[in-house]
Write a protein that binds this ligand. Structure first.
Ligand SMILES: [Zn+2]
Length: 324
């Protein structure tokens, strides 16, 4: 399904739909299991990195298989959207629309304003013929996500959002209010340190900007990218089992919970799943050095990701029970 009805209900209901990236079978199984067990609608995201790693055709049929898998798990009416994450050209978005994706993102945020509108409008005009919804982006997020690299962030300007949404015709808008891609969302000098634990405390999200945007576009679906929280427990497991992730820091979950209750109706989480996977695998490698069957370390990694996704759905997004 596309995102239209999902978002309308999420905006009304004061929760957010999880948008989880997937690159492999274990991740997809974990996402579907967590969503089936919690009856949460879900957006499966395919990034350009995922397409390069796993092949677009394979990912598309895996998503189709995921719908059947969800039903097998006893989820009677699964609400699953297959979404292109960070499409950067009209041609790429068109190929995903033609290929059966139910939603695409066109990210023209690095372009000058008018060019961003023109590109987004072109994608919208094509996609809407096939009832495929389109996410656009205004404002720039810092950080690294696959091919998306930006040195510094620029908050979305609230005075531009009405013009942008109206003229581009986009169905949802990704904004920049201080989230960023990757597991190192902030440099240590941007943070303060908790005097007790010595851990980094990131600067708060710009809720004033979000509120301004909500006032300009009441009820319009807003999207947050780069919204992993970088759970310290995973960072600690990784670091104590041969890893090296110094000062990794994410967005505190309380802030995402607050955002989910507003017009923010899609929250993208990718890095946290990577951390859960890596922590579980590292643990097996250290504790059972004789193990060489990939199922014996990918299996525990999958279980850990199920726990993570369910936690996000229930404790952060509030989307549990919204897709019975
Ligand atoms: Zn993103």
């Amino acid at each position: 399904m596309n995102t239209r009805e999902m978002f309308a209900k999420a905006v009304d209901g004061g929760y957010a739909i999880p948008a989880f990236n997937f690159n492999n079978m274990e991740q997809l199984q974990a996402i579907i299991k967590a969503c089936a067990e919690t009856k949460s609608p879900v957006i499966l995201q395919v990034s350009s990195g995922a397409r390069k790693y796993a092949n677009q055709t394979l990912l598309r049929y895996m998503a189709e298989g995921a719908v059947e898998y969800a039903k097998e798990l006893g989820w009677e009416h699964p609400q699953i959207c297959l979404h292109l994450d960070h499409g950067d050209t009209f041609e790429l978005c068109k190929s995903c629309v033609d290929f059966g994706f139910s939603s695409v993102m066109i990210d023209g945020s690095s372009l000058p304003y008018e060019e961003n509108i023109a590109l987004t409008k072109k994608v919208v005009e094509y996609a809407h013929q096939f009832d495929v919804t389109v996410e656009a982006e205004l404002g720039v997020l810092a950080g690294v996500e696959d091919d998306v690299v930006a040195e510094e962030s620029h908050y979305t300007k609230p005075e531009e959002v009405i013009d942008f949404a109206t003229r581009s015709g986009c169905d949802s808008l990704a904004i920049s209010i201080g989230t960023s891609h990757g597991a190192y969302k902030f440099k240590p000098e941007q943070c303060t340190r908790d005097p007790q634990t010595g851990k980094l405390v990131p600067p708060p999200l710009a809720f004033d900007v979000l509120e301004e945007i909500e006032k300009k576009l009441p009820g319009f679906p807003i999207v947050l990218h780069g919204s992993s929280s970088v759970p310290q427990e995973y960072v600690d497991i990784i670091n104590s089992h041969g890893g090296n992730l110094p000062d990794a820091v994410g967005i505190p979950e309380e802030q995402l919970r607050k955002a989910a209750k507003s017009a923010v109706c899609k929250i993208n989480i990718d890095s946290d799943s990577r951390l859960a996977f890596t922590a579980a695998v590292r643990k097996v490698f250290v504790e059972k050095p004789g193990e060489f069957d990939p199922r014996k370390y990918c299996g525990p990694a999958r279980d850990e990701m199920v726990r993570l996704y369910k936690h996000k759905i229930i404790e952060v997004l509030g989307s549990d029970g919204k897709a019975e």
